[in-house]
Ligand binder design. Sequence first.
Ligand code: NDP
Ligand code: 2IT
Length: 444
Amino acid sequence: MNAQNVVESLKKRFPNEPEYIQAVSVVLNSIEEEYNKHPEFEKANLIERLCIPDRIFTFRVSWVDDKGNVQTNMAYRVQHNMAIGPYKGGIRFHSSVNPSILKFLAFEQTFKNSLTTLPMGGAKGGSDFSPRGKSNNEVMRFCQAYLLELWRHIGPDTDVPAGDIGVGGREVGYMFGMYRKLAHDFTGTFTGKGLEFGGSLIRPEATGYGNVYFLTSMLATRNIELKGKKVLVSGSGNVAQYTCEKLLQLGATPLTLSDSNGYIYDPDGITREKLDYVMELKNVQRGRIKEYAEKYGCKYVEGARPWGEKADIALPSATQNEINADDAKKLVANGVIAVSEGANMPCTPEAIKIFQDAKILYAPGKAANAGGVATSGLEMSQNSERLSWTREEVDAKLKGIMADIHANCVKYGKEADGTINYVKGANVAGFMKVAKAMMAQGII
Ligand code: NDP
Ligand code: 2IT
């Protein structure tokens, strides 16, 4: 396999899918060497069967807004790979959603899920519907309309969706309710459910907590403590909020948060009390992060991202391609020691190269943010055995899984000079399990 040739051929077949091509290109370049040690893979054309999703459902969703107007949205479910378990992955509601973005996310999810050590295949779904500015009733009607089509394609042993950008507890609740009504079945289809109807403790916290656990393991490889470190966090949604919570618990100081309009910089640090305000602002009032700056009298920068601010660590937790080469240069120049991805693919390939050349600790999302889907896997287990585990049990399992993922990255990513290439480690470890499962199951 020649990674560059495969990428070029996929580019010709899927010419309008830059995010998908970007994700594939990063993975193929880092697994090329390992892949070529297995001529049986090439004979089975494993690479194309692994890069191209099993199937994609595409459909129109029609719904009625509060003014009585009939609205339409495009909606999708990309079922990427089922070799190691049922399809599993979140649903994104955002105006930017298109097949390229969902294909990149489903592709990444396949390797991420493999890394969790749990039996889950890879999928992603979503719609160009934006919950922002919509009433509760509009969000509910949209979720119900989306499920009218989606419900046929999902199930506890087929495909188990969850949240992602624009989809949190509220949206999962509405989708699960409609699923249950249409399927006439109460099963663990959907994770991230409310605690009253099968949700797992720690699932809301898991992505942010898991990223900070992973960061702690990375820092430990250089005998560095997290305590006392200043941290740039982007986003202000689910992942960003629980990242800040865990940073505070471990004695670090988050300095920034952002949304799609701009970022806040609080030189005194985002304290527990201020974080409670952010959670109320974002999850209940559904306001803008700018209001934080107004309330606490700190800096707000419209239309910008926080990467020019000085700190020790950066945890991008908003969206794809939010750190480009210029941002990466600024972070390195300001002396950042670690970058760990809470979001999916927040760093461009050029930014990743800058971090790796500077030998700073850099963890790709498929390793660092895998705690969210891993805890979804734990929710599936609890649903199957019809039991609920305690916070302590779930958190201990999450910590164990993040430590295992880190150990796997070290195993597959150790370079000759002793440094750890987490991109290579995560991609090779995630890939090998799926590859072996596909080989054992024949050409299908
Ligand atoms: P939320 O919807 O809760 O929050 C997303 C945050 O990112 C919001 O602050 C949002 O701002 C901001 N944002 C979204 N799109 C953009 C954009 N185009 N430009 C700038 N800011 C943007 O989502 P999550 O916190 O769940 O997800 C954040 C990231 O983490 C995503 O990349 C997601 O794929 C990834 N992830 C999530 C997991 C989960 O369990 N939820 C698990 C693993 C990864 P605004 O309010 O203005 O839209
Ligand atoms: O990107 C992700 O891993 C998620 N959005 C979570 C998926 C899940 O099924 O919990």
